[in-house]
Ligand binder design. Structure first.
Ligand code: 9MR
Length: 370
């Protein structure tokens, strides 16, 4: 079995120090994350879905900690457009009502997500290749118009296009829109989004690795952002998903800073849109695993939150109870992944303390207007 890297052990002790912010037993947190963030001009929040909506214990947690929420799956094509002739806004509307009742902002995720498996099956009736170009543009533009019209100013920030690249080559990936429209599907999507949601922040959202494992992916995203600027395509920010940990290669602070320097030099704002940490430390010892997750959290946030252009920070779920990793990436030893700031019993973990510590040391910035 692999041992924990020296860096993680060292970083683990830093995070354990941060965990000292929590009283023993991780009882009462040092302050709600949304308030700690707000003091620095950062809007903090979490993704939610039917799991949280149906879980009364979640309501108190999400309303206490989050200044903004993102629907995890409610606004994806396969939820909204499963039926060819009917729209299903039920879950999205429930989340919008929840946000309004709790005085929270709402992000929109996602208007255009190119892989064929993210589209409803009926859409494949549109022929592939240039024969389907005008129909695909029309389908995409109508979708953007209708979804944005439905939510209006209730959604203040939109992931307009998500994950457009092949990670290894850094080329735009094939998929539903790419195969029918070509590379300019991205440009079409942003122009239509600005028309349809004139007051919302428009975001290109992608994994973005804190490592040099996928240098071409970083290069591809930089090239896209540069080209969109040159062509005056309306886009405001880069969304860094931030699913950090295993599969992402060894963390490389210098490479990560260089990338963020280049993005911000072009005038883009930054968001962390889907933060969580893969809990794959090769040990069954929960405190060692939690320390590892907290160390990765602190290491990533210390760099990323140091950019004053970073104005929103969202976790992809606040608790291990609803983590997508439970099903999609189970641990080899069968133990539950501990990837979120709160555990399954909704008790704060060292990761929570690491987030709080990073927010406390982050520089103050002008808050986002969206
Ligand atoms: O967490 C989401 C999971 O419930 C869905 O089944 C999946 C496919 O729609 O999407 C997951 O969320 C993804 C997000 O939309 C985009 N970035 C990666 C996220 C994790 O896969």
């Amino acid at each position: 079995m692999m041992s924990l890297s020296r860096r993680h052990v060292l970083m683990g002790s830093a995070a354990l120090a941060a965990a000292a912010l929590l009283p023993s037993g991780c009882g009462q947190p040092p302050g709600h994350l949304k308030d700690l963030a707000k003091r620095k001009g950062i809007l903090f929040g979490g993704a939610i879905g039917p799991e949280e909506l149906a879980d009364t214990a979640a309501h108190e947690l999400v309303s206490r900690e989050c200044g903004v929420i993102t629907p995890r799956n409610a606004l994806k094509w396969r939820t909204l457009r499963w039926d060819r002739s009917d729209w299903n806004f039920t879950e999205g509307d429930a989340i919008a009502r929840y946000a309004a009742a709790n005085n929270q902002k709402m992000r929109g995720h996602v208007l255009v997500w190119n892989p064929v498996e993210n589209m409803p099956d009926w859409a494949s009736d549109i022929p592939s290749g240039s024969a389907g170009r005008s129909q695909a543009i029309q389908l995409m533009e109508t979708h953007i118009e209708q979804v944005c019209a439905h939510y209006g100013d209730r959604i203040t920030s939109w992931d307009v296009v998500n994950e457009a690249f092949e990670p290894y080559s850094g080329d735009l990936a094939p998929g539903f829109f790419m195969d029918r429209i070509g590379p300019d599907y991205i440009e079409h999507a942003f122009r239509k989004a600005r028309e349809a949601a004139p007051h919302a922040q428009l975001v290109y959202n992608d994994y973005m690795r804190w490592s040099d494992k996928y240098p071409n992916h970083h290069k591809g995203v930089l090239k896209l952002l540069e080209n969109l600027r040159k062509k005056e395509v309306p886009i405001d920010a880069l969304g860094i998903q931030g699913h950090i940990g295993k599969y992402y290669g060894t963390e490389n602070d210098r490479h990560w800073r260089q990338f963020l320097d280049e993005v911000t030099a072009m005038g883009y704002d930054l968001l962390i849109t889907e933060f969580d940490v893969r809990d794959f430390a090769p040990t069954a010892d929960i405190s060692a695993r939690d320390a590892n997750v907290a160390a990765l959290t602190k290491g990533f946030l210390d760099i990323t939150l140091s950019y004053p252009e970073l104005k929103q920070f969202i976790c992809w779920g606040l608790s291990d109870r609803w983590s997508w990793f439970r099903q999609s990436e189970p641990r080899e030893d069968g133990q539950l992944q501990r990837t979120a700031p709160y555990d399954v019993d909704l008790k704060p973990k060292p990761m929570y303390a690491a987030i709080a510590a990073a927010l406390i040391t982050a520089p103050t910035r002008e808050p986002s207007t969206t």
